[in-house]
Design a protein around this ligand. Structure first.
Ligand code: NDP
Length: 312
């Protein structure tokens, strides 16, 4: 005879997933949480988190994730260090499959698979990743103290990161592909006021230069076609994020950009019993605290759903 379906399974181990686990475990849902390939998610590549309420002196991202994990385990969450790579949400009992092919059945599923940094897609960018190419100024900026760096992007993230780098580096070369920035006015103004941030308008990255480490970047002005090489030691990519939702393509309703759609003021997806929390459905706020908040909501929604279904 097969095993009884779980009450709830949580996919993903960022602040959304662990918070969902804390609430689900305390509601006696005996959750099983699958961490995915990067346990702890984006906060594992963050240093100081200073804006999460309750930590007056700040906390290191990895420490916060360890704390959240321990809190989830304390109430009986089972953590599995595996990747879910296929799902079947037809019918009342949902099925998810691990990378190793194991089938797990559950009455409800909470998705908290998060988002990952978007890359330019250049060969040199891949080759020099962690050798001068980074998608996180706050994590890696420290290594480029006193050195010239470039950052690509023109959203709030790029502005925030350019400002951060401008406190560490003599010049921050900011590469903007259009003649205007997408970022909020206040962030743009701050960037423009900062004397050591040099903005290159209408500028695209052709290649990141260097054999084993970054030595420069070749850029092209897309209006004048002028090409120039800027000597730099660090190249930062801040061009947005991609939600980790490929797994749900054709299964759940999603926006063109891949963000999962949920019903207003809830975490319900279009499939009953499947809930979404955190950055997988949020391209606006994307904060640890908002992810945690929606993780809590998803667990409460799952609990109510299971009650209505007569499972608990
Ligand atoms: P955004 O999607 O807002 O911006 C991405 C930027 O990258 C755009 O300027 C875009 O250019 C540029 N870009 C995309 N692809 C390329 C490419 N191939 N080459 C060059 N440039 C490229 O992402 P963010 O991560 O900045 O922000 C996401 C959300 O988070 C936003 O809603 C933002 O407001 C919010 N946020 C808020 C913060 C705050 O309030 N403090 C801090 C950080 C983020 P283009 O404009 O030409 O498309």
């Amino acid at each position: 005879m097969g095993k009884e379906p779980l009450k709830t399974i949580i996919i993903g181990s960022g602040p959304a997933g662990y918070t969902a686990a804390i609430y689900a475990a305390r509601a006696n849902l005996s959750p099983v949480l699958y961490t995915g390939r990067e346990p702890g998610g984006q906060l594992m590549i963050t240093t100081d988190v200073e804006n999460f309420p309750g930590y007056p002196d700040g906390v290191m991202g990895p420490q916060m994730m360890e704390d959240l994990k321990k809190q989830a385990e304390r109430f009986g969450t089972e953590i599995k260090y595996e990747l879910i790579d296929r799902v079947d949400f037809d019918g009342d009992v949902k099925k998810v499959y691990t990378e190793g092919g194991e089938e797990i059945q559950a009455h409800s599923v909470i998705i908290s698979t998060g988002a990952s940094a978007r890359w330019l897609g250049l060969e040199s960018e891949q080759r020099l990743a962690n050798q001068g190419v980074s998608a996180c100024a706050v994590c890696d900026g420290f290594f480029y103290r006193g050195k010239e760096v470039a950052i690509v992007g023109a959203g709030d993230s790029a502005c925030e990161e350019a400002l951060y780098l401008s406190n560490l580096c003599p010049t921050v070369h900011m590469l903007v592909r259009r003649d205007e920035m997408r970022a909020s006015k206040i962030m743009q103004e701050r960037v423009k006021k900062q004397k050591n941030i040099k903005i290159y308008w209408n500028t695209e990255t052709e290649e990141i230069l260097g054999e084993t480490e970054v030595t420069g970047v070749r850029v092209r002005n897309n209006v004048t076609d002028e090409v120039q090489e800027i000597p730099i030691a660090g190249f930062f990519v801040a061009i947005g994020h991609i939600p980790n939702t490929k797994l749900f393509k054709g299964v759940l309703e999603m926006e063109d950009t891949g963000y999962l759609v949920h019903k207003p003021d809830s975490t319900h997806t279009n499939v009953p019993g499947v809930f979404v929390s955190g950055d997988a459905a949020d391209h606006v706020y994307r904060q640890a605290i908002t992810a945690a908040g929606t993780g809590c909501m998803a667990a409460l929604d799952a609990e109510r759903y299971l009650g209505q279904q007569g499972i608990i």
